[in-house]
Write a protein that binds this ligand. Structure first.
Ligand SMILES: [Zn+2]
Ligand SMILES: [Zn+2]
Length: 463
């Protein structure tokens, strides 16, 4: 078969399909749907209808059906948080995570997080994995142990100096237990704080609450590590003042002690040729106090929130692994997975039979890690769900306004609806057009953000 001719990297079949879509009678409506999804690359298709009636009179106020929509379908955003799956939905997720972490740091009156949380002791802590064998790196001295000065985009970075002696099994077992190790760390941290304050656990709960907002990130070597905002609140949560003894230094000390405590370890029993292993944090522990913006400090609330949001969408893809479950090892060849990552995936497969309850093969595409990428304790901040709801409410209000229904109180109208899943995705031409829409929207957002930034800078200068 001959290759189709291509224009600017787009093959003629895709181009032809794009022209068909763009030339169709309902193109404007299709474009509007995709714009509302933010240029989602894999929208969910729905068929169905809604009927809005006045509760008292029974009068039909509004009737909507997908019958008249392009292809008889309504397309909604997929909501995937992975940039490799859907860049625009991942962008939205990153934005939500940013607001979530930032609200927990700086407060947000619209979301019931008082600005006084800024005065609570809080730090940004990074807990890392231990060493599983030396890897190529860029030390401060400049020269790696192999004798080379690696450039920062050298694919050798993070790969073992000696693959034969690298502990791949230890690496994936660490990833696999990282979530539980974090759990143990938080339990121990409460004890360390209590003992420094001279209180029992129960007494501690009566005077304060420890809250966490954390994200997991993969290092180049394929080991998971955690970044967390740890904060001490009063007993009622963010709105309550913390006790007088709760200081940043005490929190810092307690975190250091909790991270290395014997309780903060997990024993993995010997199986087959595998020795008994003790899973614990690595010796690299970074703890920094977080200051309010403008305090002249290096690590600001904004910087932390931006950092956390950035990693919330990256998952394990930085290591070149697949972004979905692996069916068989042959898939790794088709996707040109790098050798080091491949060894980690193979270790998951080999260990799976020895530790079946750890489900290592099912999580092999995550190099054994089975936890969530971003989590927070109940009182840290608003939830992602609440942020999504805010957006949904906004859209609903927008839609109601467009239909002239905005003056109606929600409980005076009756909404009947019937929706069915009708598939997902785009045709090749739709996909091309959707990515153009996504780029457009992205550009608009960036321009708006720059303008806002300039405006704030001007305000700051005129003060
Ligand atoms: Zn999407
Ligand atoms: Zn090297």
């Amino acid at each position: 078969m001959t290759q189709p001719a291509s224009i600017a990297g787009v093959d003629s079949i895709t181009l032809g399909d794009a022209l068909r879509v763009a030339g169709s009678a309902d193109f404007a409506r299709w474009e509007d749907q995709i714009r509302r999804t933010g240029g989602c690359s894999n929208p969910i298709h729905l068929t169905g209808w809604t009927l809005t009636k006045d509760r008292t009179t029974g009068e039909t106020l509004h009737h909507y059906s997908t019958e008249k929509e392009p292809g008889g379908r309504l397309r909604i955003a997929c909501g995937n948080r992975r940039a490799s799956r859907c860049p625009s939905c991942a962008y939205t997720y990153a934005g939500d995570t940013y607001h979530l972490i930032r609200a927990g740091l700086a407060g947000d009156d619209r979301r019931d997080i008082p600005v006084t949380v800024r005065d609570h002791p809080r730090v940004f802590a990074t807990l890392t994995a231990p060493s599983f064998g030396p890897v190529h790196n860029r030390p401060d001295s400049g020269r790696c142990r192999c004798g080379t000065r690696h450039s920062d985009d050298d694919p050798a970075l993070g790969t073992p100096l000696d693959p034969d002696s690298y502990d791949y099994a230890g690496a994936v077992l660490f990833n696999n237990h990282a979530g539980q190790l974090w759990q143990r760390f938080t339990v121990r941290l409460r004890r360390e704080i209590a003992s420094r304050a001279g209180l029992t656990q129960r007494e501690l709960r009566e005077v304060c609450r420890i809250s966490f907002g954390k994200v997991a990130e993969f290092q180049k070597r394929g080991a998971i590590h955690f970044h967390a905002v740890v904060r001490i609140d009063g007993p009622g949560g963010p709105e309550d003042a913390p006790p007088y003894w709760a200081r940043t230094q005490l929190l810092d000390d307690a975190i250091r002690a909790a991270a290395v405590h014997a309780y903060t370890t997990i024993t993995v029993p010997a199986a087959g040729d595998e020795p008994t292993r003790t899973i614990r944090w690595g010796t690299q522990l970074d703890i920094r106090p977080i200051k309010a913006l403008g305090a002249g400090e290096e690590l600001t609330e904004q910087a932390v929130a931006a950092y956390v949001a950035k990693y919330a969408t990256k998952a394990a893809e930085t290591t070149g692994t697949l972004d979905r479950r692996i069916g068989e090892l042959a898939e790794l060849d088709r996707h040109e997975v790098p050798d080091h990552t491949r060894c980690l995936i193979r270790a998951c497969r080999d260990l799976n039979a020895l530790y079946p309850d750890r489900r290592l093969w099912a999580w092999a595409h995550m190099l054994g890690f089975r936890g969530h990428f971003s989590t927070k304790s109940r009182r840290y901040s608003v939830t992602l769900g609440a942020l999504r709801k805010t957006r949904a409410d906004y859209r609903a209000a927008e839609q109601a306004a467009a239909l002239g229904l905005e003056y109606l109180e929600p409980d005076t109208v009756l909404v009947l609806a019937d929706w069915q899943f009708a598939g997902h995705g785009h045709s090749p031409g739709e996909s091309l057009l959707a990515s153009t829409i996504a780029r457009d929207l992205q550009l608009n957002r960036e321009t708006a953000r720059e303008a806002l930034h300039d405006l704030r800078a001007q305000e700051g200068a005129s003060r």
